[in-house]
Write a protein that binds this ligand. Structure first.
Ligand code: G3P
Length: 223
């Protein structure tokens, strides 16, 4: 997926028709502005949304299980069949142990799902980089939902995260997330060396998500 990337995490803020409407807005803006937007709706909305938009649809999590007696789990195979193109792994709201992250990345790769592994620290980021996910997203859980962007509140941490991981693996693609709410926040994230952002509240809870998205993309196009 060509950077820059805006990955919009719907979390449990929207579902059903509201999720589909938001997905269609993201699809329209991505097409009109020619900037990569991906979306992560709730599991129950993936299949319907994937049939109705062209932009990549991600799952917000997966369980490292294959076919079998795993009640209540969500498998990579089922996500793939539902039309998911990728998956967020280890989000701070769905934290996994290191061994689980490893298994999830492995099984996601087996089913050719793009992997976005979240990390809340440089130490964890270094461990995750060894698994070679497609993207590593640096998020500070304290800033999630605050509207105070990590790229502006903690620029040095973001810059260091990118530099250390890139020294570790020159191909690693770093996103950052938490509090991203203005075009300047996105522009700053790119200036710090990330290839995009993870966003939730400022878009998903907006009265006019299209206006917010267009502001983001206008700042990206200025780059
Ligand atoms: O996955 C991204 C999310 O955790 C960021 O949340 O609401 O601060 O954009 P928010």
């Amino acid at each position: 997926m060509k950077p820059p990337l805006i990955l919009i995490n719907f979390k449990c803020f929207v579902s059903g028709k509201k999720a589909l409407n938001l997905a269609r807005i993201c699809d329209e803006v991505s097409k009109n502005y020619k900037v990569n937007i991906a979306i992560a709706p709730q599991f129950t909305d993936i299949a319907t949304i994937a049939k109705n938009v062209k932009i990549p649809v991600f799952a917000q999590h997966l369980d490292a299980v294959e076919k079998g007696a795993f009640t209540g789990h969500v498998s990579a195979e089922a996500l793939k069949e539902a039309g998911a193109k990728g998956v967020i792994i280890n989000h701070s709201e769905k934290k996994l142990q290191t061994e689980e992250i490893e298994k999830c990345v492995e099984i996601a790769k087996k089913y050719k799902l793009i992997t976005v592994c979240c990390s809340d620290s440089l130490e964890e980021g270094k461990k995750i980089a060894k698994l070679k996910p497609n993207f590593i997203a640096y998020e500070d859980p304290i800033l999630i939902g605050t509207g105070k962007a990590i790229s502006r509140v903690k620029p040095d941490s973001v810059k260091k995260f990118v530099e250390v991981l890139r020294n570790f693996d020159s191909k690693v693609k770093v996103l950052c997330g938490a509090g991203i709410s203005k075009g300047e926040d996105v522009a700053k994230a790119l200036e710090l060396g990330t290839v995009g952002v993870l966003v939730a509240s400022s878009v998903v809870k907006a009265r006019n998500p299209k206006k917010i998205l267009i502001e983001f993309l206008n700042f990206i196009r200025k780059k």
